[in-house]
Design a protein around this ligand. Sequence first.
Ligand code: UD1
Ligand code: CA
Length: 455
Amino acid sequence: MSLNVVILAAGQGKRMHSNLPKVLHSVAGKPLVQHVVDTARSLSPVKLCIVYGHGGDTVRSALPATDIAWALQEPQLGTGHAVQQALPHLASDGITLVLYGDVPLIQADTLQRLLHAAADGLAVLTVELADPSGYGRIVRDAAGRVLRIVEQKDATPEEREIREINTGIMAIPTQRLAGWLAGLSNNNAQREYYLTDVIAAAVAEGVPVVAAHPQGEWEVLGVNSKVQLAELERIQQQRIASQLLESGVGLADPARIDVRGTLQCGRDVSIDVNCVFEGKVELADAVSIGPNCVLKNVRIGTGARVAAFSHLEDAVVGPDCVIGPYARLRPGAELGPEVHIGNFVEVKNSTIAAQSKANHLAYIGDARIGERVNVGAGTITCNYDGANKHLTVIEDDAFIGSDTQLVAPVTVGRGATLGAGTTLTKDAPADSLTVSRPKQMSLANWQRPVKTPKK
Ligand code: UD1
Ligand code: CA
């Protein structure tokens, strides 16, 4: 049986007070509508259509996928009118599932249940709310059968007492849909073509209408304001934290972690408070992350430790490395096993092989560093001449004295030692000491100046 999914996303989202279209605001690092698209795709629909309007091209270009059909709704005359715009893009048999682009946390298993409930007719996803105000109410007959949906603005005082509400998510038999939509009128309080009126049309034709329910209210919460966006962010972060804990990851405080992408963890991983994970992050077994770290698109090897206040982006960290506190790994930093990168050390576009150390205050950019190299405090690779970037090569077992500048392109040979304070402008030969600084001298008879007495 064919499944169509229609995602309604034409609304403006005035209450966001933003130039960004509402459905492109993010929860857990992903645009609202992308959450809905991903969930929809997991149901393997034959057609996936997004109804767009406000912020049209911005929304379209944010979702470049080729399996999405776009239906422009202009002007926006209501949810029924919106679905009508999608009709030409849909397979004509099977079921059409209507989702909202601003209801991001709806779960695939809930939708499966809804589709199952729609096997013989029409199914609508409903919840009972303590405060149903603003929503369409589910009107049932004495026997409990769903009769119709009445919008808040059209409801009688008695109908407003109903606490079962329409989440807006529905599964509708596609062959009947076109006819029902064509029959809608806008003779209501909002002068809109309500999708909700297809319920009464179905009942009138004897098509069974059933209600299904989500696991939790949170699944059907929508975003109309920054307040609601922040609420959904917290809900989603709590869910991610619970999943991590259940899979065995140690979190110092599940309320103080933010995952804005995918975080994949091995066994015995521990994560201290206030860490932010963005993009794709992989932590192997026994990795520990200290408090207040930011990791974006990084892979960290078994047993490595990242200490407090470190910032890592587009980097690879080998097993048993020790990073931080206060370390910065920028794009293209690739560390082998047991490398130490200490406080206020910045590494960019550089490989550092096994057991090498840069423990204090250094800049390593565009460098190839071998094994067991010691990079002293204050070492700088002068990689940029104002126009081009140049490579620094430091071979195995080299020792770079403190406060050294390596003016690239330059190579330090295997086992070489650079004296502290060296400004290296030519290659340093292997196994030798290279120093570039004036010889030290002392003046035995030198006198300190004395202060002239005030007159
Ligand atoms: C709608 C339902 C209401 C339900 C509520 C749940 C109708 C008539 N009412 O009300 O029963 O309780 O959702 O939140 O369906 N949209 C378009 N084009 C339009 C109008 C809306 O694409 O012309 C999209 C919006 O972007 C949004 C969704 O449809 O994603 C719902 O629109 P909204 O205006 O929020 O509907 P409500 O009036 O809240
Ligand atoms: Ca709404």
